[in-house]
Design a protein around this ligand. Structure first.
Ligand code: NAD
Length: 423
């Protein structure tokens, strides 16, 4: 098997084809899902603070609107390109179907390292993306949200730009906004909350005890940090954490409080090899590890929560966890999937594990359409049963077909999308 970096679109399409073959998906449905409905690629010229002009490559892919308006985040990342965005848009199409939301799937991006831009440059880039995509997005058509290295502030700039171009306030054009700009209480943590609900359901099925379960989390952003924090709160032992610079491992396996690690990261700028509570640090029982090492340490649950393609044919046989909870999109390649299944490692697929985010976005869309402000309680009361039902539907589909959870989730989603094509 190849050692070249895996193209996420190749991987996404390989899995789609494998499941389509298995469930005898009608040829017409396959043909409609073989490529996106619409792909936009554009250049975004930005005046930099020093007066020079730089041009960034932006995109938006609307993979399918068969079940409703396209929905999916916008990623600002130096490696972003059309194939990555297309793969992410395909996964969004499947994810909204797994969660049974009246939405399709889309995704967008800009090829940029946002850490190198000033706040003003970032604002101009965010507004520039909207100016290019404006004719094709908006409520009822395509509603973007945050993804890697985009956040509520960026959504606020984008919704402001959209509203100016539309000539009226249009908060429903984006989700993941700040609370005072039409955002909804609970959205920021909804991806993590959903992931924890899914894992809780799985643990019940497998009759496992969270208190006896060790976890390693890769990625310490919105999804990784909140997932680690909530799992710690639920009694799991968080024994390793990492961000793009590297990570920390608890050699004793007793578990750490992710909030303490976050405080240390905020003070020192990186996840340090010491574990600190207040000013007291223990550097003997903790070690610095790389992102690669984190994936391969012996734990019960591995949570990739950063980028796609981190578990590949090259390292799949070195993975020592029993469960992989895919909080990132596409962290396990199609080739790796086959190898992990052979070793009976349970992979909870991204289109189920991280669906809490898009469920949260859908609730924000409903709040904006109503012109109201939902309480966090109302939000949670909708989110929790929806994600639990998604797990139960996927579990039942996998049991019925005597297959793994990814095949079950894809089969469920493809069945629902096929029904929409028929209408
Ligand atoms: P984020 O920008 O908040 O955080 C990204 C994290 O990944 C950071 O901690 C960063 O340091 C780390 N990272 C970046 N490159 C890395 C590398 N090479 N190795 C290890 N860590 C690295 O992004 P996020 O919103 O937390 O998204 C993370 C993943 O979750 C992505 O795959 C995204 O598509 C997916 N996701 C996000 C949401 C959401 O609501 N934000 C919803 C569903 C899925």
């Amino acid at each position: 098997m190849s050692t070249a970096p895996t193209n996420p679109l190749t991987s996404a399409q390989a899995t789609l084809q494998r499941v389509a073959d298995r469930i005898d998906l009608p040829v017409g449905v396959r043909a409609q899902l073989a490529q996106p409905e619409r792909t936009l690629e554009f250049s975004i010229p930005i005046k930099m603070d020093d007066g020079s002009v730089r041009v960034f490559a932006g995109n938006r892919v609307q993979y399918s609107t068969a079940r409703g308006p396209a929905k999916g985040g916008i990623r600002f990342h130096p490696q972003n390109d059309r194939d990555e965005t297309t793969a992410l848009a395909l996964w969004m199409t499947l994810k909204t179907a797994v969660a049974n939301l009246p939405l399709g799937g889309g995704k967008g991006g800009v090829r940029v390292d946002p850490k190198t831009l000033s706040a003003n440059e970032l604002e101009r880039l965010s507004r520039g993306w909207v100016q290019r995509a404006f004719p094709f997005i908006g409520p009822g058509k395509d509603v973007p949200a945050p993804d890697v290295y985009t956040n509520p502030q960026i959504m606020a700039w984008m919704v402001d730009e959209y509203s100016k171009l539309a000539g009226q306030p249009t908060p429903g054009a984006f989700t993941g906004k700040p609370l005072d700009r039409g955002g909804i209480a609970g959205r920021e943590t909804s991806t993590a909350v959903g992931g924890v609900e899914v894992l809780t359901e799985l643990m019940q099925q497998l009759k496992r005890d969270p208190g006896q379960t060790t976890v390693a989390v890769q990625g310490f952003g919105n999804v990784g940090y909140h997932t680690a924090r909530l799992l710690h709160r639920a009694g799991y032992k968080i024994v390793a954490l990492s961000d793009s610079h590297g990570g920390i491992r608890d050699k004793r396996g007793l578990g750490m409080d992710p909030d303490n690690v976050m405080h240390t990261k905020q003070e020192k700028g990186l996840i340090d090899g010491c574990y600190c509570v207040g000013t007291v640090c223990d550097c003997d029982n903790y070690e610095q590890i790389s992102n690669t090492q984190l994936l391969e340490i012996p734990v019960d649950v591995l949570v990739p929560a950063a980028l796609e393609g981190v578990v590949t044919a090259d390292n799949a046989n070195r993975i020592q966890s029993k469960i992989i909870l895919e909080m990132a999109n596409g962290p396990v390649t199609a080739e790796a999937d086959v190898l992990l299944a052979r070793r009976s490692i349970t992979v909870v697929p991204d289109i189920l594990a991280n669906a809490g985010g898009v469920i949260g976005s859908y609730l924000e869309m409903r709040q904006n359409a109503e012109g109201s402000t939902w309480s966090e309680e109302r939000f949670t009361n909708e989110l929790t049963p929806t994600i639990r039902q998604a797990f139960r539907d996927v579990w039942a589909e996998a049991q019925r077909r005597q297959t793994d959870l990814r095949t079950g989730a894809y089969a469920l989603a493809l069945g629902r999308i096929a029904e929409a094509f028929e209408k």
